[in-house]
Design a protein around this ligand. Structure first.
Ligand SMILES: Nc1nc2c(ncn2[C@@H]2O[C@H](COP(=O)(O)OP(=O)(O)OP(=O)(O)O)[C@@H](O)[C@H]2O)c(=O)[nH]1
Ligand SMILES: [Mg+2]
Length: 463
């Protein structure tokens, strides 16, 4: 799916005139990507009318005239399901938008008045904003571009952590007797691969995030194809590279290595080449509160997955191959989503925790001269902040609607402002229920700090 040269040239010219920007949203499964993009489009469409965008100067100053959806350029990419998401939120009772798979795109034309108008005074300008939503799991596959099959096999033994290893027991039992040198049996390999995929799915459902290959979890139209029928080969370390080379093409080893290479070249690489490389700005969403809720092992796993994921944006750390696919991202936001699950006094702590979790990758990115900013936000705020009297003292609380339609009034707990130690989990832990989205009266979606995030991501292009 290579882009025609004329289009690249056109894009380049538009970009030079600051009239086009490609903004990508990513995050691991359920991190809040669809909610974020739905809210972003919704806020911009309601700008100047009902939207509350006080932290977005172009809106506050009355210069933002509005935004319209226009047809996207790349007809090969599915459209972002904005209407479907709004329809779910407007249902009775309101529902959260359905989970999405794969990459989707939406183009907005934003009209605004420049901060310093020209001689005629009534000048308006337009910015084309291309928005992309893609699964963060895909970025976990980046290291795979640099590893050959034997190295990847060694790297991926899923025995880290007891809870995690338990989920792969079936696969381990199935793969144990597989001789790398023996002739491959298609059906047998398919079965072992399916158990590996089952292990990955179970690990994902249990809240684990550091999972490779990413497409095994979101196969889309590749489900059942042999390119997804490989797995790490235990015992491969007992062979020398030369011995592996000599194994016949029909051997288990050679068959699996071939599939791995196909996955690398035909699945992973095109995403980097056709999409990732062309993004200008990026926001990475993190469901930090969900991970706190899920306990220490999941929290640790999220931390590892995120550090891996962030390497995609750090050119310094990248090898030659993956550097070829480096995007020219000149700004990166990271955001803890669903902040409406905690009381507003906890929001600064949530940002501090996110910064602590991503301290290393953030240092590397700053060193690589990519500006990074951390936020906490709620794309679609589903609770209201209240105060309740408790033992003669007034304390903050949240009011929302539970999944069964019941009214909830609660204090969900304190967010640790540094990486939680074992004491934290023993002492306090964390617990909050999910909220249903609040019914809407047709106006802009209620949010927390979407305006600040929009300003950081595109504000400078609306000057
Ligand atoms: N309270 C609250 N919940 C949210 C918010 N954003 C997302 N959620 C919850 O998180 C779930 C996942 O949000 P999505 O936007 O679908 O996340 P996603 O990253 O697109 O998920 P996938 O498409 O499955 O990868 C939603 O179904 C909601 O339950 C928010 O701003 N506030
Ligand atoms: Mg989604």
């Amino acid at each position: 799916m290579r882009q025609p040269l004329a289009r690249e040239l056109h894009d380049l010219l538009e970009r030079g005139r600051d009239r086009q920007l490609r903004l990508a949203v990513t995050g691991l499964s359920r991190s809040g990507k669809t909610a974020f993009l739905t809210s972003l489009v919704n806020q911009l469409r309601h700008a100047g009318l009902e939207a509350r965008l006080d932290l977005l100067p172009v809106a506050r100053e009355g210069r933002l005239l509005g935004a319209r959806r226009v047809s996207q350029q790349d007809l090969g990419v599915p459209r972002f399901p904005y209407d479907e998401a709004l329809a779910a939120l407007d249902d009775t009772p309101p529902r959260w938008p359905a989970p999405t798979r794969g990459i989707s795109e939406l183009r907005l034309a934003i009209r605004y008045r420049p901060a310093r108008p020209g001689l005629l005074g009534s000048e308006t300008r337009q910015l084309s904003l291309d928005l992309f939503d893609y699964p963060g799991e895909w970025l976990l596959d980046l290291p795979l571009l640099d590893l050959d099959y034997p190295d990847w096999s060694l790297d991926q033994q899923p025995t880290r952590g007891r809870a995690r290893a338990a989920l792969f027991e079936d696969w381990q039992a199935a793969v144990a007797g597989l001789d790398p040198a023996a002739e491959a049996d298609e059906a047998h390999l398919a079965e072992i691969a399916e158990r590996y995929a089952q292990g990955l799915r179970a690990a994902r459902d249990a809240g684990f995030a550091d999972l490779q290959p990413g497409r095994f979890l979101l196969p889309g139209d590749l489900a059942g194809a042999p390119v997804l029928q490989f797995f790490p080969l235990p015992g491969i370390e007992t062979f020398t590279a030369a011995a592996l080379e000599k194994l016949p093409p029909e051997s288990n080893y050679a068959t699996l290595a071939r599939r791995y290479r196909h996955y690398q070249q035909r699945i992973v690489k095109p995403f980097y080449r056709d999409h990732f490389r062309r993004f200008d700005r990026q926001i990475v969403l993190v469901d930090l509160l969900g991970a706190l809720n899920a306990g220490p092992e999941r929290f640790e796993d999220l931390s590892q997955a995120l550090c891996k994921l962030m390497q995609s944006f750090d050119y310094g750390k990248r090898s030659l191959i993956s550097r070829l696919f480096a995007p020219r991202i000149d700004r990166l936001a990271i955001a803890a989503t669903k902040a409406d699950h905690v009381t507003p006094d906890q929001h600064p702590r949530l940002v501090a925790l996110l910064e602590a979790l991503l301290a290393e990758p953030m240092k590397d990115l700053r060193f690589a001269n990519v500006p990074v900013h951390a936020f906490s936000l709620a794309a679609i705020r589903a609770s209201e902040s209240r105060e309740v009297a408790h033992q003669g003292r007034r304390s903050p609380a949240l009011r929302g609607i539970g999944q069964q339609g019941e009214t909830l009034l609660l204090y969900p707990g304190e967010v640790p402002d540094r990486l939680p130690d074992p004491g934290f989990w023993a002492r306090q832990g964390f617990d909050f229920p999910a909220f249903r989205p609040a019914p809407r009266d047709g106006g802009a979606l209620p949010h927390i700090r979407m305006d600040a995030v929009i300003d950081w991501l595109i504000g400078d292009k609306l000057q």
